[in-house]
Ligand binder design. Sequence first.
Ligand code: NAP
Length: 236
Amino acid sequence: MNIKGSVALVTGANRGLGRAYVQALLDAGAKKVYAAARNPATVDLPRVQPIKLDVTNPDDVAAAAKAYTDVTIVINNAGIMRSAPVVSGRIDQAAARAEMETNFYGVLAMSSAFAPILKANGGGALVNMLSVLSWVTLPGVALYSASKAAAWSLTNALRTELRQQGTLVVGVHAGYIDTDMVSAVQAQKTQPSAVAQQVVQAIANGEEEVLADAISRQVKAGLSAEPSVYLARNAA
Ligand SMILES: NC(=O)c1ccc[n+]([C@@H]2O[C@H](COP(=O)([O-])OP(=O)(O)OC[C@H]3O[C@@H](n4cnc5c(N)ncnc54)[C@H](OP(=O)(O)O)[C@@H]3O)[C@@H](O)[C@H]2O)c1
């Protein structure tokens, strides 16, 4: 797909990886970028069209699909992480449901609303921001992992369904990326720009999966190991 002349919509575009996606698309020659944010006033990049979009708000999603019918690339980037244990007296049901609402149902709503638009515009591309935690998990992020595993499965289903309309569906897996989401974590992190540039290149090349760093490549390779990587102690 030619990025030059494309019209992209990025969710969660005001900071972190979403902002890097917007920049990478502009750098690659996108004609127009809708920078979607819960508060569009927080979008600080020039040459973009800030739009209001909370992916968990059906009215926002419907209004965006009604208004922005020229979109050829959708990047489902918006996501949240709320640390919570799975088994204890401290289970935070609200946190777990919020993660599913944003990381799974938000992606489903956006994909469903924009699939007909992508089709009408010749196919285009749909990118879902997943994680290495779609495949393995860690204590404390189990419910986030569950939401990203669900989003991975959804991505595979979307790929199967949308292939016939010529839409490229890209799943992106990464370990730590240097954004607010993991600012408290002391570990090696990939720069958001490096992830975004790989994804934009993958769209241009027609690639359906991006393994953005060494850990995502190792974990994917480890899925078929004996014992599989998700059975190992300290999986990720
Ligand atoms: N950072 C990592 O290590 C890492 C690794 C793998 C995958 N990811 C994934 O990468 C994506 C981007 O994360 P990030 O690292 O850039 O996190 P971040 O710095 O916390 O930014 C999250 C972005 O998502 C937006 N957002 C959250 N809920 C939303 C909603 N309901 N509707 C619209 N926008 C919403 C936030 O907007 P507000 O400013 O309004 O809060 C913000 O723009 C997420 O899907 C995340 O799960 C991150």
